[in-house]
Ligand binder design. Structure first.
Ligand code: ATP
Length: 201
């Protein structure tokens, strides 16, 4: 079985950036955000269940899920969020497992933003945490999303703390530095993971 490296970190910590660096070594990447979209594509049991519950009004004219309408529906009815999570989380987990089974690189990356919050590190053999200071996290998210600091702080407060993530980590990648420092850190981890992966083949 392929060795699975779980990759997580808080908002704006650099998960996508780090995953892309591993991708340069042709490592297969399974991204929970992408899988979460796949399980509600037209024709899926996920989208069918949502339409059964909320009616065809929840679809755009092209038959895809109207995400902004769904966000509004959740805002209007809090219990809908629990219902959706109960429906979609098992589907997302199963699809991620299927994608892991299809991986062909020596090890694969499983990127899950809320991995520690949802205790999903059990799906991986090791957990790699992207760590940045709160100041850097807020500054980069503000710049990327054009939002103010209080908006980012609210999201930070709803996520696991930096320390909780570090406590769960097997490996930590410090992303406070520049792009070259990140390249070096990923290169070093990649070599370590290649060596470890021999035990899983
Ligand atoms: P989210 O969970 O919010 O989707 P993320 O953890 O995937 O975020 P990224 O989108 O990879 O984070 O990074 C956040 C922003 O910081 C991006 O605009 C990215 O280009 C930038 N960034 C990431 N790492 C660095 C770095 N080492 N130096 C400068 N900018 C960086």
């Amino acid at each position: 079985m392929t060795m699975v490296i779980g990759l997580t970190g808080g908002i704006g910590s650099g998960k996508t950036t780090v995953a892309e660096r591993f991708g340069r070594y042709n490592i297969d990447i399974i991204d929970a955000d992408i899988v979460a979209r796949e399980v509600v594509e037209p024709g899926t049991p996920g989208l069918t269940a949502i339409v059964d519950k909320l009616g065809t009004d929840i679809l755009l004219t092209d038959g895809t899920l109207d995400r902004s309408k769904l966000r509004q529906a959740i805002f209007d009815d809090n219990s809908l969020k629990d219902w959706l999570n109960a429906l979609l989380h098992p589907m997302i987990r199963e699809q991620m497992k299927a994608d892991i089974a299809q991986a062909t690189s020596p090890y694969c990356l499983l990127v899950i933003p809320l991995m520690v919050e949802n205790n999903l590190q059990t799906m991986a053999h090791r957990l790699l945490v992207v760590d940045v200071s709160e100041e850097v996290q807020i500054a980069r998210t503000r710049q990327r999303d054009q939002v103010d600091a209080s908006h980012v702080k609210k999201i930070l407060a709803a996520q696991a703390s930096r320390q909780e993530r570090l406590d769960a980590a097997d490996d930590v990648i410090n992303n406070n530095g520049d792009s070259n420092e990140l390249d070096d850190a990923v290169s070093e981890l990649h070599q370590q993971y290649l060596a470890m992966s021999l035990h899983y083949q």
